[in-house]
Design a protein around this ligand. Sequence first.
Ligand code: NDP
Length: 255
Amino acid sequence: MGLKLKGKTAVVTGGSRGIGRAIGLRLAREGASIGILALHEDKAQKTGAEIKALGVEVIALGCDVTDYAQVKAGVEKVHRALGSIDILVNNAGIDKVQPFVETDHSSWDRIIDVNYRGFLIACHVCIPYMIEQKSGNIVSLGSDAGRIGNPGEVLYCGTKAAIMASSKALARELARYNIRVNCVSPGPVRTDLWNNLHEGEKGEKVTEAVTRAIPLRRLGTPEEVADVVAFFVSEDARYLTGQVLSVDGGLTMIG
Ligand code: NDP
């Protein structure tokens, strides 16, 4: 690791916990200033303090990605304090496992709003800064669930596929401004999200079965996803745009 991102500012949505926290720490180790936008201000600030201890500038804010005005105000604050918006990592996301026919249709909006509308909002707010400076990098969290489908995750899979499809369209629209747009598509990663969905004995059994299906025979870590995000936003990936890369120990191997 070096200081490949010195002078750059990265906005990480859902940067307080799990994969988002690891991404903030990883990009900070490359010298980037970090703006964390997460639902709960106290959690954002706790992780913000950890990142600050690495010696970079940090703005950590409570911000619901489903609320356009909050995201706009949050990104403006980051821009004012840190000077630019060079990198956007769309990471905030939620999941709920339930057979589709048993879902209450009134519960659909929240997952669509957080996962997909949140992605659209953060892109819509950040892209004008990137167009203005004629450079930028957007990396979004897709999911293998959105590439191959998972039972009990009809809504989640749809939102993740939408993020991956819209990222490709954005990559085509924004290439002329020197803005690259890519997705990482994790397989199972041990975070609060995974643990909450796989509680108890039944959950452990599912985790064991999934582990057996992964060629590298273990779940991923948040840091392993963060390393790939750091690659995508680095100069080493300067000729990559519109790509989706699975980070899953070989679970899906999509061509
Ligand atoms: P966690 O549940 O551990 O963390 C979720 C993060 O999103 C938290 O920082 C949370 O903030 C934030 N968040 C949730 N809702 C909102 C909102 N409305 N506005 C702003 N921030 C919000 O999740 P993971 O780290 O596991 O997942 C991160 C991303 O990776 C998600 O997009 C997920 O779909 C994707 N992913 C995860 C996989 C896994 O196995 N873990 C596999 C494939 C993809 P707060 O702390 O304030 O609650």
